[in-house]
Design a protein around this ligand. Structure first.
Ligand SMILES: Nc1ncnc2c1ncn2[C@@H]1O[C@H](COP(=O)(O)OP(=O)(O)OP(=O)(O)O)[C@@H](O)[C@H]1O
Length: 637
């Protein structure tokens, strides 16, 4: 008997059920069933079409299709009349509860208990009375990953067919995707797959994001392709998962016939994608209104609920979330906290990946404007020819050619909220005067319009250029610079942060979705020596990979690190005093003024010794290639 059945029988026994006992054939009252269906209205509504389709596949095979709620109470059934009669005798009918607690091992109850599909055939049922059945059930989960119901096909055990389980799984997936779409009427939704022909099919991954690009949720195949848990995905953005700012997504969909997107996921896997910008407010309707070649126009968005996405994003980060003990960062947070809601423009300086956008979002989330939109604009990623219409919008007929409809610019989209101008140093010089006028007069005039529209936005800018240098070189307007830099804060690069250990712990916990993983002390010392040119972006990606490599080992060590990272560390040369500390902790490093190269040699030698000089085994143990070992230990060549 399969493991899942044995475990289920043990549970059934523990519930005090007796296999020979007569079943409780009771069903809940008609009114209570109606109430239950009302309570599960979304599930019921979206499941019925899939149940009909499924039933068409199995009609006249002495089978029935059943839908239950999360507790295994049957909400609806469809079946062949002769089998329905038989099924009624064991209360396989609406209103009856089929949890394991009530009926012992059975496909519905076991699928709920195991949170996975279950096939329970003939005498695998705990109750003898159910031995005449063969049942295939798959749980239906919502966009939080919670089981909200079960889809089941039950029939006479003599009618068993091995394809039934696959059909049930596919139908459950269909229902889940319907529920997912209904839950995110007001969001950016990406449909993606490594194979473009799978987009639009049941196999596609779907992920939803707020207008600002924060991750909201993903369907079952989306989670599988992204390779991360719900918990781990909560800190992600469209950019961190697919390597593209949402602003670039909008650009793509403003072209007359947008092609499929070619995206590189965080794990390096390339996927094709099609986005739907299903945002209710008028700000994106023009994007939605333009159908793609040969495709019907997307269905109209639901009634406006502009708070929905903003609220979801706000829950995900605030300034408190960023405090991890570094004094430079504490100062930054103290400073920005003082100006929250004071209409003082904030300019964030910092190297790439230091968290400038995250800080801007956190400032917005903690500000009195949190209910309003947070609109990021990456001035470097929008082509110079498009940035003007992008920012200021344009009137109907402002252009000849494909883009005839008017569009609301990003500045107006941010009305009542925050406009985040990332890479402001790359703003074309010719536009800087126009932006300055908007900030001073608080009015926007779309291209091709003679009307000015009042606008109320808080502006946060970010740059990793030295703007004073750009002013000196005639690339940036001094007057705009002074208008934007009400409060200038500088985010420290990771190599200067004193809270690296806390940061690492936090990222590991978020990425793994568990508290079990730790970083080996000697690794932390190596991290302290590293320059981290990609800052948080690099550290997060590295730890994400290392967690996967560590699997169920839970202590992340050098052999879980990618080769190129170890190569960078080796190439960086002497590692400084912290390495000596590491020697005391981990016994990995030679005592005294160790050099990184020495550390590596020592590790490789020890591992070689452990594996009797076998280079392949050593390479495997250290998670590097054999070539790396040969390269680093020339005497082996
Ligand atoms: N304090 C932090 N804790 C955890 N992750 C962080 C932190 N700061 C930034 N990150 C992560 O690092 C990545 C880069 O962050 P972000 O986009 O805010 O940086 P940036 O400075 O705006 O980068 P760029 O200049 O390249 O646009 C994101 O995935 C973000 O979630």
């Amino acid at each position: 008997m399969a493991g899942i059945i044995t475990t289920s029988h043990e549970r059934s026994l523990a519930y005090g059920l007796c296999p020979e006992s007569r079943q409780d054939f009771g069903t809940i009252a008609r009114n209570d069933l109606a109430l239950l269906i009302e309570k599960n209205k979304m599930l019921h509504t979206h499941a019925l079409p899939a149940m009909e389709t499924l039933y068409q596949q199995i009609i006249n095979t002495h089978n029935m299709v059943l839908l239950t709620d999360a507790d295994g109470v049957i909400l609806h059934s469809l079946g062949d009349a002769d089998f329905l009669e038989k099924a009624n005798r064991v209360a396989l009918q609406p209103g009856a509860a089929w949890s394991e607690e009530c009926r012992g091992t059975n496909a519905i109850g076991t699928a709920i208990a195991e949170k996975s599909a279950a096939l329970v055939h003939a005498d695998q049922h705990y109750m003898h009375a159910n031995h005449f059945l063969t049942c295939s059930a798959a749980p239906i989960t919502d966009h939080h990953g919670n089981v909200v119901g079960v889809l089941d096909v039950s029939g006479d055990q003599r009618s068993y067919h091995k394809h039934t389980m696959a059909l049930v799984r596919m139908s459950a997936l269909m229902i889940e995707n319907q529920l997912f779409s209904a839950a995110f009427e007001d969001a950016i939704t990406l449909h993606f797959h490594t194979r473009p022909e799978f987009i639009g099919t049941l196999m596609e991954g779907i992920a939803s994001f707020t207008p600002g690009g924060r991750f909201l949720s993903a369907n079952r195949n989306g989670l599988f392709q992204l390779g991360l848990s719900y918990a781990a995905l909560q800190t992600h953005t469209f950019n961190s998962l697919f390597g593209l700012p949402v602003s670039a997504l909008f650009d793509h969909y403003r072209t007359a016939a947008p092609s499929l997107l070619d995206l590189c996921m965080h794990n390096g896997v390339r996927v094709s994608g099609r986005a739907q910008l299903r945002l209710a407010s008028s700000r994106f309707q023009h994007v939605l209104a333009a159908p793609q070649d040969g495709e019907p126009a997307p269905r109209p968005a639901a009634p406006a609920s502009p708070m929905h996405a903003a609220n979801a994003a706000r829950k995900l980060s605030g300034l408190r979330y960023l405090r991890t003990g570094d004094p430079q960062l504490e100062l930054v947070i103290d400073k920005v906290t003082r100006v929250l809601g004071k209409d003082i423009p904030i300019m964030i300086m910092g190297e790439t990946g230091t968290g400038k956008e995250l800080l801007a979002q956190a400032i917005h989330n903690d500000s009195p404007r949190a209910q309003g939109p947070f609109i990021p604009v990456n001035c470097a990623s929008i082509p110079e020819t498009l940035i003007e219409s992008e920012l200021f919008g344009y009137e109907d007929g402002a252009f000849t050619g494909a883009r005839k409809k008017g569009a609301v610019g990003r500045i107006l989209q941010a009305n009542g909220g925050t406009l985040f101008l990332d890479e402001i140093g790359d703003m074309p010089y010719s536009l800087q005067a126009r932006l300055l006028r908007v900030l001073q007069e608080r009015m926007v005039t779309p291209l091709g319009s003679s009307k000015s529209i009042p606008v109320n936005v808080e502006v946060i800018c970010a740059t990793n250029h030295n703007l004073r240098e750009r002013i000196a070189n005639g690339l940036f307007r001094e007057d705009l610079y002074y208008r934007l830099n009400g409060l200038v804060v500088k985010l420290p690069p990771l190599r200067e942060r004193t809270d690296l250990e806390t940061v690492v712990k936090k990222i590991i916990a978020i990425e793994s979705g568990s508290t079990r993983y730790t970083l080996a002390p000697e690794m932390l010392e190596l991290f302290r020596c590293h320059k981290w040119p990609g800052n948080f972006r690099q550290l997060t990606n590295l730890l994400r990979t290392a967690i996967v490599m560590a699997g169920d080992e839970y202590e992340i060590s050098q052999r879980h690190m990618p080769d190129d990272f170890l190569d960078d560390i080796a190439a960086a040369g002497p590692c400084g005093e912290s390495l000596q500390g590491a020697g005391e902790h981990g016994g990995l490093l030679p005592a005294g003024g160790a050099r990184l190269e020495d550390v590596e040699h020592s590790l490789i030698q020890k591992t070689l010794a452990t594996h009797g000089g076998n280079v392949s085994a050593t390479a495997r143990a250290l998670g590097v290639s054999r070539n790396t070992i040969y390269r680093k230990m020339p005497h082996l060549k």
